[in-house]
Design a protein around this ligand. Structure first.
Ligand SMILES: *Cc1c(COP(=O)(O)O)cnc(C)c1O
Length: 371
């Protein structure tokens, strides 16, 4: 085997294709290390200071300002830094927004299915479209589901992390507020925030360490929560308290803040981030498409994800050997989710182009040897 893929990253670090928690930008990790004993100004680490200190208030304020700048969030929407993961949002969204009314879900993969299941525990939630019968390979075309203003909201998952299926445009909600789980493609491309009622994302895919969940919510939706809902679960509680109702995940917010600054400094805009991501993903999809059927893509071509590339081997008996060879070439985290099988390469913002090149080159070599 050619050793082209080995040890090309600094510090002998692996090519990290983990689906989440996942790769962070090296300059961010270096800054964290640098500041671990002395956060500038604080003379203590960020782990050791009050969430109500002026140093942490500055960190929180800058993280919000940088997020607003990158995503283009206007005064119509509030930014919340929450805990509990996207999974807790699956429950708190219907608790806050449904108020006994019906809600509609577009189910394009495993996460959307989980979101719908949680909503059913709270309100009358319906799958307006599901790709399950087809193995979750596609997204609905605009005429394939009907949503209207009767729904408390329309929920969808912009990028299904497990199946590698991504919406290429914003679905038409027919007047219902649009709610979107963007956990695995948050900040990977530009988003028309003004069209959404609520965007949410767990940080550990594309934004920072685990423990932080970001929500971007339209101001008027904050008023919908029933008074009987415990304060801690009301989005309005966190909005009214500037995400400091209780102790937030301070370290994760700090690290996410550094990632936001890195995105602004390295790429400048989400258009540039998207270009970079599409070029990385094209390297891997080209290796699949040019393989003459040796590698088989899971998602339909019109909605395949630049974030999570999913594929199987035509000869499934070679998959163990593929993964072993990949590990030996420092290509880590490629085993697909057990529900899909095969391989998955997660190519989030912080995964450098060199890693996608190393993977494509390994895939081409492996096919030449075994095909
Ligand atoms: C990872 C993921 C989740 C679950 O996130 P948690 O933070 O573990 O709750 C939900 N939705 C999508 C799209 C994901 O990728």
């Amino acid at each position: 085997m050619t050793a082209t893929a080995s040890n090309t990253l600094p510090h002998g670090r692996i090519h990290n294709f983990s689906a989440g928690p996942s790769a962070l930008p090296l300059p961010v990790l270096e800054q964290i290390k640098e500041e671990m004993l002395h956060l500038p100004g604080a003379r203590a680490s960020v782990l050791e200071i009050s969430h109500r200190s002026k140093d942490f208030e500055r960190i929180l304020g800058e993280a919000e300002a940088d997020l607003r700048k990158l995503l283009g969030i206007g005064a119509s929407h509030q930014v919340l830094f929450l805990q509990g993961g996207a999974s807790q949002m699956f429950a708190t969204i219907p608790m806050n927004l449904a108020s006994g009314a019906k809600t509609g879900y577009l189910v394009t993969g495993a996460w959307g299915k989980k979101a719908l299941k949680e909503a059913k525990a709270v309100c009358a939630a319906t799958a307006l479209w599901s790709g399950e019968a087809d193995g979750f390979r596609g997204v609905p075309a605009s005429g394939e589901f009907a949503s209207d203003g009767d729904w408390a909201y329309l929920h969808y998952t912009s990028n299904e992390t497990i199946q590698g299926v991504q919406f290429q445009s914003v679905p038409e909600s027919g007047g219902a507020p649009l709610v979107c789980d963007m956990s695995s493609d948050f900040l990977s491309r530009p988003v028309p925030v003004e069209r959404y009622g609520l965007i949410y994302a767990g940080a550990q895919k594309n934004l920072g360490p685990a423990g932080l969940t970001v929500a971007v919510i339209r101001e008027e939706l904050l008023k919908r929560a029933p008074a009987s809902l415990p304060e801690i679960f009301k989005f309005s509680t966190h909005a009214e308290n500037g995400s400091l109702y209780n102790t937030p995940p301070t370290f994760s917010i700090y690290a996410a803040g550094l990632v936001l600054k890195w995105l602004l400094e390295t790429h400048g805009s989400l258009e540039a981030v998207a270009d970079y991501n599409l070029a990385k993903a094209a390297l891997v999809y080209d290796a699949i498409d040019a393989s003459g059927g040796f590698y088989k893509p899971h998602a339909n071509a019109d909605c395949r994800s630049p974030m999570n590339v999913t594929w199987t081997l035509a000869d499934a008996s070679l998959e163990g050997e593929f993964l072993k060879g990949a590990e030996a070439a420092d290509l880590s985290g490629l085993k697909g989710h057990r529900s899909v099988g095969g391989m998955r390469a997660s190519l989030y913002n912080a995964v450098p182009r060199e890693s996608a090149e190393a993977l494509a080159s390994f895939m081409n070599d492996f096919r030449k040897r075994k095909g």
